[in-house]
Structure formats: structure tokens, C-alpha cells
Ligand binder design. Structure first.
Ligand SMILES: [Zn+2]
Ligand SMILES: [Zn+2]
Length: 282
């Protein structure tokens, strides 16, 4: 498993590789644009070359891009859907430039509208972004299930995957905190294996392509998305261990998005702790 952390690409994506090294990462996750603004851009040739050179000389082996949170591919508002499609296309193109493993996306929110129709809208928007880009996968992330967010269950992820209708380029990113908040009690033996089996049955073998390893401040089934540092939340070491021990997920990037001791994100010590938890016997 390639353990790593979400890091800042401030100053250019090559700097994210160095920040990953400082944090003992073998995989990193970055935003491809400012998370607070719609407007983005592609990388320059110099930025791409510097990134690729940094990666080639680094213990960091893999990079995933997280699409910014402003996107709502399922919005009822056609203008929001348009902006979401454009931003997602850009993220996929940026991912192809960097050779990223994939773009992680929160599938969207139905808000007050009918979830089945929202899934159809998300499917159309995402399919269009995929058609306007090539060479980079899309990973739909499961959500905590707050406020009409789509992707709160295995069934909903499968419905979204089907609505997109693009088989191979679309996979799943599983977040341990979101699973727990949406009602999957990963502390109990067998729960992780059962949900992974269901995902492979409904979506196909190798459906899961990346992982987010976070503890949860909020209780089981609370639908609240509140990340906690590893071992300091409701999920605990036991639940985290069941998550990272799942067979068939052992070669994937496993990214920490924890607040960190001083709200600066995961430290080298916490990435090391993830490896330690993974090395523990059941
Ligand atoms: Zn996540
Ligand atoms: Zn989250």
C-alpha cells in the first residue's frame, strides 16, 4: 500500500512532491486549483517537467488530484453543472499532464431534489467531462451522506457509476471516515470485506482505485464529515486496521486527509503511524 497525505502544491506541483517526501509519503494528493475559486488553468510545460523530474527522483511513487469542493455535477442549476463540467474537465486534463493516477471527485449533491434524477444529472455531467479529456481516471469518492450528498452507500456509488456509463476509466475512492459516518461500522470484523465484495459485484473487479484514511470525530451513522487524526476518533485503530487490511486493495494509494496536530495536515509521524497500523496483525 502506498501511504501518503494530502499536501499543498503552493509554488508549483513539484513542491508538492517535496512536501510529500518531508512527510514520508509514497503517494500524494493535491488540489489542481485553488479550492475557493472556480477559475483554474492547466500547468505550464515547465511545471510539468519539474513535477515529473521531482517524482522520478523521489520515494513518492504516485499522485492523485482531488477536484475542488465547489463542484456539484448533480446540481439542478444548469449554470452550476456547466461550471462543474468545465472544472472537472480541467482537473482531468491536469491529471493527464502530471501522469496522476486519477482525479478524486465528490459525486455531487441532490440538495432538495429527487436523488434518482440527481444521479442522472451527475452521470451526464461527468460523462461529458470524460469525453473532453483523456488519459486520466476518475475516482468517485463515497460521502458521509450529509445534506443530500450522493455516494453515501455502495448501491448509490454503483448507480452513479452506471449513470456515467464509462466503464474502465471510472473507479471508486473509499474514505474510511465517510464510510463510518454513513453507517458502515468498520470496527466490526467483516464489514469492510462485505462492502468491498458488494462493490466488486456491482461495479466490477478492481472497482476501488484509491483510499482515504481518516479517523472520524463524528459517531457511526451521523452523516457528518469530520476528519480526526488516526486513532483519535470514533473509528479508532481497530476500525482503521480493518480498512487497510482489506485484501485486494494492497497496491493502492492510501492518502491521509487528517487535520494534524496543528491543523497543518498529516505529519511524517502520522504517515508512519498509518504504516504501523497496517503492519499490525489482526
Ligand atoms: Zn476523502
Ligand atoms: Zn471528508
Amino acid at each position: 500500500m502506498l501511504f501518503g497525505a494530502h499536501v499543498s502544491p503552493a509554488g508549483g506541483p513539484a513542491n508538492a512532491v517535496h512536501r510529500g517526501e518531508e512527510r514520508h509519503c509514497e503517494a500524494i494528493q493535491i488540489f489542481n486549483q485553488s479550492p475557493r475559486a472556480w477559475r483554474g488553468r492547466l500547468y505550464t510545460d515547465e511545471e510539468v517537467a519539474a513535477f515529473r523530474a521531482a517524482l522520478a527522483a523521489s520515494p513518492v511513487k504516485a499522485c492523485v488530484i482531488h477536484a475542488i469542493y465547489l463542484l456539484n455535477c448533480a446540481s439542478e442549476d444548469p449554470e452550476i453543472r456547466n461550471k462543474s463540467r468545465e472544472a472537472l474537465t480541467l482537473a482531468l486534463q491536469a491529471g493527464a499532464e502530471l501522469g496522476a493516477l486519477g482525479v478524486v471527485l465528490h459525486p455531487g449533491s441532490a440538495k432538495q431534489s429527487d436523488p434518482a434524477k440527481a444521479i442522472r444529472r451527475a452521470g451526464e455531467t461527468i460523462r461529458a467531462a470524460l469525453a473532453q479529456s483523456e488519459g486520466c481516471e476518475l475516482h468517485l469518492e463515497n460521502t458521509a451522506g450529509a445534506g443530500g450528498t450522493l455516494g453515501r452507500s455502495v448501491e448509490e456509488l454503483a448507480a452513479l457509476h452506471e449513470a456515467i456509463g464509462v466503464e474502465q476509466r471510472v473507479g471508486i475512492c473509499l474514505d474510511s471516515c465517510h464510510l463510518f459516518a454513513s453507517g458502515y461500522d468498520l470496527r466490526r470484523p467483516g464489514v469492510m470485506s462485505a462492502l468491498h465484495r458488494d462493490l466488486e459485484r456491482l461495479i466490477g473487479r478492481g472497482a476501488v482505485r484509491s483510499l482515504h484514511l481518516n479517523d472520524s470525530q463524528a459517531p457511526l451513522g451521523s452523516n457528518r464529515d469530520r476528519h480526526a487524526n488516526l486513532g483519535a476518533g470514533e473509528l479508532g485503530v481497530e476500525g482503521l486496521r480493518n480498512f487497510v487490511h482489506e485484501r485486494g486493495l494492497q497496491r493502492l494509494p492510501c492518502i491521509l486527509e487528517t487535520p494534524g496536530a496543528r491543523r497543518e495536515g498529516a505529519s511524517a509521524a502520522e504517515v508512519d503511524l498509518a504504516r504501523k497500523i497496517h503492519a499490525q496483525a489482526r
